[in-house]
Ligand binder design. Sequence first.
Ligand SMILES: *Cc1c(COP(=O)(O)O)cnc(C)c1O
Length: 397
Amino acid sequence: MIDRELAHSPKNYAPLPLVIDRGEGAWVWDVDGNRYLDCMAAYSAANFGHANERFLAAAKAQLERVTITSRALHATPLGPFLEALASLAGKELVLPMNTGAEANETAVKIARKWGYTVKGVAEGRAKVVAMRKNFHGRTTTMISMSDDPLARENYGPYTPGFELVDFGDVDQLRAAIDDDTVAVMLEPIQGEAGIIVPPDGYLQKVRELTRERNVLLVCDEVQTGLGRTGATFRHQAEGIEADLITVGKSLGAGIVPVSAVIGDSDVMGVLAPGTHGSTFGGNPMAAAIALAVCQELATGEPQERSRTLGERLHAGLARRVGSGVSEVRGMGLWAGVDIDPAYGSAKDICLGLLARGVLAKDTQARTIRFAPPFVVGADEIDLLLREFGAVLDARRP
Ligand SMILES: *Cc1c(COP(=O)(O)O)cnc(C)c1O
């Protein structure tokens, strides 16, 4: 199975050496019947767990009605989905796309168009200020605002119109904003960079600054959003409102890809028929599943589970600081754990965890990300902590 995949796949991934055959809740099984606690949750696309009955039921019901119409027509689940997501965010409008990268591309397009048609920036001059170490996706324009050599090298020429500043540094941001700046774009907590939480008060200052300078604030909540940090949207939990919010990943309940840009009509109103679109964006199948996800989030229960179980996870991880762990960051069921290099690389620890039935992924050379689905129980968090401790103890220098 692995041989066939490797023989016919370019080497843009280096997967762990196991073949998953089935998933249920927070667990997955490989082809040999071994069971693993899934603390990767497909980069947070599987936040609601595998084979979740509620979402399977929504998917099955829609599967038998109609799955694709294109937006040249109206379809029954779309209106309720848009209304539910808008209401979750406290905004007016929702533009559904498919992937996180596409939602972010869409946000950049909207911000630029707003810049030219509302703010009055001269044609071709719009600038978006983004953050060093950001991750906004893999398309040509998204990598053009990346500073990760692996993501960028040999993919140029790059899309112009971006300037990068250090995440967390308000003075740099203030200096970078000029009259042509249409937007500041950031992840409220940087995920792929290693779950980097900005200093207290930073997001509030960014919001004040962008308001003052008539610049849009775009929050990429593709990974931080929809409960992962214990809140529906991380930036709102920090007490600020964004002009544009992007979401993706678990919005499709791990069943279909679905993403969206969320905002108010003063900004998103710049779009007119023919100026932007997507064949699959907002298709009835995706809309029906995403509607069920929004309804689930509207109860507040997933966020609450992420918050309370996250406290248990973080308390347990904090106890390892000084014996194998140098730092723990994050919120809710989301933890970036820096491994003391004397104990090995993050990848070494992940392979150790794999051998003990726990799936976790290194994100930087030193950092492991734990992101179990919200359906885990307290006993499973304890199991994760126990196995992690055992792997570290076995490698104690
Ligand atoms: C995963 C991710 C993306 C990209 O999403 P895709 O669906 O893979 O295109 C964008 N932004 C953030 C913050 C992400 O974590």
